[in-house]
Design a protein around this ligand. Structure first.
Ligand code: HEC
Ligand code: HEC
Length: 323
């Protein structure tokens, strides 16, 4: 038995002990944490089930949804949900067997990257609008707790749970045996994408996963953790204005490498010596747009003040190319 095998064995025993101990004894032994408050639980407990359980109070019509959609969603999904730059919304017809799942998804994840910025009424409205775009509900549809669970999704009957993936009682969908000796020590990530579309859009997909290159190390360097100012080892990172991290710019931009948007060093290089650069970039960040770096659009940021925009652009334009 190697040293690391023994360690794994010891850990497994420790884990079993923790599981086997009654909750009271655990509390007594470890004094860890505290009970979550009702408000804290409510913040996480947002799942909406097929039968509508979990749907909040509120309502929204297709017409109201149209306005919300145009302001918050069209820049990425296209005016009619047709744009595949990010993901066309026409796919929900084939993918979802419950309209309540659409509410859940929009409510928890959209509008990217400002998820959870919409009220319950707004999510109801925009879900109604997306359903109407897909010809699933009429244009006078009003979504609420009662109506949404009753919507019949066109492909509902064709979707089946995959045994082994959706339930622990079915057959697993993989047939590997667990490796117990001479196992791979380093996990190598390889990826293949359909040549063409996706590759041209995103480049090497591995570049889009921050920290992937460090996954075989003990812990990623601090600067690579999500939410830090800039991924990568660079001293200029700390100087990025707070308003940029707070505004979500780093979800799509980094100082040194392309994520969805260009690296800030590349932006600085492109506009070096260009007297109209500040004006153009302030306008671009506020209003969004595509075409300068590729076909993926940057969403608009209409709420940023002139002062914040000029702080951002000043900072971006002074990032020097890497020596
Ligand atoms: C900045 C771009 C952006 C904006 C703005 C945005 N989305 Fe998305 N949306 C995405 C991306 C990217 C995905 C795919 C996410 C994934 O697959 O992990 C997505 C996925 C979705 C999906 C799932 C579609 C499917 O077939 O799986 C729905 C529904 C959706 N968005 C609705 C909305 C709505 C409604 C809004 C406005 C309130 C919105 N989105 C705003 C980028 C955006
Ligand atoms: C959802 C992803 C996303 C977010 C969030 C985002 N950007 Fe972008 N950004 C892009 C994309 C994509 C482009 C390329 C657009 C193009 O090709 O014209 C871009 C382009 C840019 C450019 C270059 C524009 C040009 O015309 O050359 C600047 C500067 C910029 N972004 C700054 C910012 C700032 C500052 C923020 C935060 C307030 C931000 N971005 C948030 C995706 C994003």
């Amino acid at each position: 038995m190697s040293k690391s095998d023994r360690l794994v064995g010891a850990l497994a025993v420790a884990l079993l002990l923790v599981i086997a101990l009654p909750a009271q004894a655990r509390e007594k032994n470890y004094h860890l944490g505290r009970k979550a408050t009702a408000a804290e639980i409510a913040g996480w407990n947002i799942d909406v089930r097929p039968d509508g359980k979990g749907l909040p109070e509120g309502q929204g019509s297709v017409a109201q949804g149209g306005e919300i959609y145009d302001a918050n969603c069209a820049s990425c999904h296209g005016s009619f949900g047709e744009s595949n730059e990010y993901l066309a919304l026409t796919g929900i017809k084939a993918k979802l067997n419950h309209a309540t799942t659409l509410f859940d998804y929009i409510n928890r994840a959209m509008p990217f990257p400002h998820s959870k910025s919409l009220t319950a009424d707004q999510v109801y409205a925009v879900a109604a609008y997306v359903l109407n775009l897909n010809d699933i509900v009429p244009s006078d549809f009003v979504a609420n707790r009662q109506t949404l669970p009753k919507v019949k999704m066109p492909n509902a009957n064709a979707l089946k749970p995959y045994p082994g993936m959706m339930s622990v009682h079915g057959k697993p969908d993989v047939h590997n045996t667990a490796c117990m000796k001479n196992c791979e020590k380093v996990v190598k990530i390889t990826g293949s994408l359909p040549a063409g579309f996706t590759k041209n859009l995103y480049g090497d997909i591995r570049d889009n996963f921050r920290g992937l290159e460090t996954m075989n190390e003990q812990a990623p360097p601090k600067a690579d953790l999500p939410g830090s100012a800039v991924a990568g080892k660079t001293s200029a990172a700390s100087a990025m204005p707070k308003v940029m991290t707070a505004s979500g710019c780093t979800a799509c931009h980094a100082l040194d490498h392309k994520i969805l948007g260009p690296s800030f060093r590349d932006v600085a290089k492109k506009y070096q010596g260009n007297p109209g650069a500040s004006k153009h970039l302030i306008h671009k960040i506020r209003n969004g747009g595509a075409g300068v770096w590729g076909s993926i659009p940057m969403p608009p940021h209409p709420d940023l003040s002139d002062a914040d925009l000029s702080t951002m652009v000043q900072w971006i334009l002074t990032q020097k190319a890497k020596k």
